[in-house]
Design a protein around this ligand. Structure first.
Ligand SMILES: [Cu+2]
Length: 404
């Protein structure tokens, strides 16, 4: 029994480690650094590798030499089994100690301190401030605006732009119903619907927090990673010096969806960044204009489907069946099928609108993330699709009023 188990285990381990898939993305060195911090860390790493390699070779050479030179077969005799004197013994212990001290604290220490100080230095020379919020299992980005310096540098001010960035790998690929295609534009589990966009060459101060558990915003090519801690605001910074798309992942085990919250950053040259900011701001003002008009049920449902599949389906599933007991079904759910508004026109506690705006326990609050139209649409969708047919409609104006 045991033998069989061990044999099966070693066989699977063997095939696991020799499978070509394991080596599909194999590389020897650090990924190409694109920020000053990543470059500095790479330099520190290279210097240290050289130093430890030199120490290794010297020590090994002395050892091999001594072993061969003093071997028994040429008649070598042990001279003595203890040191000539205590003074000599102390002396030859202190010498290597001093050498290591010098190497550690000076030769290796100075570049290491330099790197660490650089990482921690989030003072005012930044051009703009970005807030990054981790939550199970997505990242939220909010542009807090430019600094004086950013304005002087002619950086387009993105203040007010905020969005959620969700994994966009199709559910069928994750289920295994369809095989993931190897598309470098949309790599498996490393692509999102809304990418973070940053201007090339600007120093971006990042404020980081979390709404639930520890997360860690990590892009290897940026060389920075910082824990997002609920209840705290922590800082880091990036300055991407090369345009391109950079991918990373959450680096802190944060629950069931830990592997499903990638980071994708598009670093754009200043002009393209400006165009992006302008387009985003237009979309925001369009959305707020849309919130004031009366929507038809069909339009709300159509819009709601998109919002639902982006934001809610990770937990409640595309079909609305949920994953009970952790994530309740929307289909036939009590809250999705009972009235929202009381006789005074205000929304009822524990109603559908209350739940989506404010969340409860594991159900996230959406009021800071989705706009009025999106919330109205997703609620209308849940009530009139996914197997429910309540028949009523929530208008964006009602959501707007409910926020007050
Ligand atoms: Cu996470």
């Amino acid at each position: 029994m045991l033998k069989q188990a061990i044999r099966n285990l070693s066989l699977s381990l063997f095939f696991l480690l020799t499978s070509p898939r394991v080596f599909a993305q194999y590389s020897w060195n650090f990924p190409e650094p694109v920020t000053p911090m990543a470059l500095d860390t790479l330099h520190v790493h290279n210097k240290f590798m050289l130093i430890v390699a030199a120490i290794f070779i010297v020590v090994l050479a002395i050892m091999i030499y001594s072993l061969i030179k003093h071997r028994k077969s040429v008649g070598h005799q042990a001279v003595a089994d203890k040191a000539p004197s205590t003074a000599v013994e102390i002396f030859w212990t202190l010498i290597p100690f001093a050498i290591l001290l010098l190497i550690d604290f000076v030769i290796m220490g100075i570049p290491a301190y330099h790197s660490v100080v650089m990482m921690e230095d989030t003072r005012n020379e930044s051009d703009m401030v970005l807030k990054v919020t981790g939550s199970q299992w997505r990242w939220q980005y909010e542009y807090m605006g430019n600094t004086e310096k950013g304005n002087q540098n002619g950086l387009e001010d993105a203040k007010g732009i905020k969005f959620v960035s969700n994994l966009s790998t199709p559910q069928e690929q994750m289920d295994g119903t369809i095989t993931p295609v190897n598309d470098p534009e949309r790599p498996y589990l490393l692509d999102v619907d809304n990418r973070l966009v940053l201007p090339v060459g600007a120093k971006v101060r990042i404020l980081m927090t979390s709404t639930d558990v520890l997360h860690n915003w990590w892009v290897p090519q940026f060389g920075s990673s910082r824990l997002a801690v609920p209840g705290f605001i922590r800082e880091t910074w990036v300055q991407v010096d090369k345009a391109g798309t950079y991918r990373g992942q959450c680096k802190e085990l944060c629950g069931k969806g830990h592997g499903y919250m990638p980071v994708v950053v598009d670093a754009l040259p200043k002009e393209e960044y400006k165009a992006w900011v302008v387009a985003q701001k237009e979309a925001i003002s369009e959305a707020s204009a849309g919130a004031d008009k009366e929507w038809t049920k069909e339009d709300l449902i159509a819009q709601g489907k998109i919002v639902y599949e982006k934001n809610c389906a990770v937990c409640h599933q595309v079909s609305g069946a949920g994953l009970p007991p952790a994530f309740p079904a929307i289909t036939g759910s009590k809250i999705s099928n009972s009235p929202i508004f009381g006789e005074d026109g205000k929304y009822l506690p524990d109603s559908h609108l209350d739940r989506v705006l404010n969340g409860i326990r594991v159900m996230p609050a959406w009021k800071a993330v989705l706009n009025d139209t999106e919330i109205a649409a997703v609620i209308t969708y849940e009530r009139n699709a996914l197997g429910n047919s309540v028949g009523d409609v929530v208008q964006p104006a009602q959501v707007k009023a409910a926020r007050q």
